[in-house]
Design a protein around this ligand. Structure first.
Ligand SMILES: [Ca+2]
Length: 347
């Protein structure tokens, strides 16, 4: 091969390489990436799964950190791993492309790439989409990013429940908004109570909500919408704790699940809410613990008006109850991780 021909081949290869690299921004340390951002790294395209900063020296490169990046073939956004294509069921429309994804993850929060210590306001705002000023617990130092007590390389959220206190200003309360209007959603997260946790009489755990996000003690007819939080009660027994337009109790209805939490053990809690059609009592609430169904409520009314959708995660956890005998005598701790909200069952 003549020298000028060899040069031409190398020049062509060089041009192809330059074209590929310029197709998206090159990944760079020190850059803040948002979920959905596309970068190239070592000649491959990657999509950011969650918003994070690629801290200098952390070595969170796209090729080695599957919790932050997934490789993509081109620049098309990918919603979930299960919906990369039209699937076996065939949902191809007349133009030959997929009509819409079967599942969409609205939120994924795993705390893994946050600095350990007090939950930072900027991280909180980016992960939950609200101002820290609208959250109880953050500025008071009750929310901290810590090592998972059982798997130290994992980061989790530690919530401190203050001694002698009950209710919203004793641990954590905020509403994390969910984008778009959904009639059917799944919420999943993991929770662990510290090995020395004192259950006292009980407390709240997060759930979904919509409309007026009813809580507290409210008369039927004065609100529309629902909330589907959980509660632990004496000895760690688990209850569904729901508000809805025709609830029986002014201060919320308890539903026994027949199971109880053990201290010092991680649990995966998954709930599925399907709103009723307007004028019909055909709503559904299903709660799972570690994949096992522990509660199912069918034919319930979760809304009266069509303007009510599933609009927030009620990120509530605190002792209470409305009287001081629900309060712990000393500070208590529980750990949370792997929050997912999606339109299909989380994997
Ligand atoms: Ca984590």
């Amino acid at each position: 091969m003549k020298l000028n021909n060899i040069f031409s081949v190398f020049f062509l290869l060089f041009c192809v390489l330059v074209f590929q690299v310029q197709a998206a921004e090159e990944w760079q340390e020190g850059t803040r990436y948002h979920a959905g951002d596309i970068v190239t790294y070592q000649g491959k395209n990657y999509e950011a799964i969650q918003t994070h900063t690629a801290h200098v020296g952390a070595n969170w490169t796209p090729s080695i950190d599957p919790s932050l990046w997934r490789e993509v073939a081109d620049h098309s956004p990918v919603t979930t791993a299960e919906t990369d294509d039209c699937g076996d069921e065939g949902t191809v429309n007349g133009t030959g492309s997929c009509t819409e994804p079967e599942g969409e993850k609205l939120l994924t929060v795993n705390f893994n790439h946050l600095p350990r210590g007090p939950y930072q306001a900027t991280d909180f705002r980016e992960q939950w989409g609200i101002s820290p000023g609208n959250a109880s617990g953050l500025s008071a130092g009750r929310l901290n990013i810590v090592a998972d007590p059982l798997t130290p390389e994992n980061n989790v959220l530690q919530v401190t429940y203050k001694a002698g206190l009950i209710g919203g200003n004793s641990a954590m309360v905020f509403n994390a908004p969910l984008k778009n209007e959904h009639k059917s959603l799944w919420l999943q997260y993991r929770v662990m109570f510290s090995p020395d946790f004192n259950w006292v009489k009980g407390g709240k755990l997060p759930g979904l909500a919509g409309g007026d996000h009813p809580t507290g003690c409210v008369d039927n007819g004065t609100f529309d919408g629902f909330s589907t939080r959980l509660m632990w009660r004496e000895n760690g027994t688990v209850y569904g704790y729901l508000y809805y337009p025709d609830k029986e109790n002014r201060c919320g209805d308890y539903f026994s699940t027949g199971v109880h939490f053990t201290k010092g053990k991680w649990y995966t809690l998954t709930q599925h809410v399907i709103l009723n059609d307007i004028g019909k009592s055909n709503g559904t609430f299903v709660q799972y613990l570690d994949g096992n169904k522990i509660l199912e409520l069918d034919n319930i009314t979760l809304r009266q008006g069509s303007d009510v959708s599933i609009s927030v995660i009620k990120m509530d956890t605190f002792f209470g109850g409305s009287t001081s005998d629900w309060a712990p005598e000393t500070d208590q701790h529980a750990y949370f991780d792997d929050f997912i909200v999606s339109t299909s069952e989380p994997q």
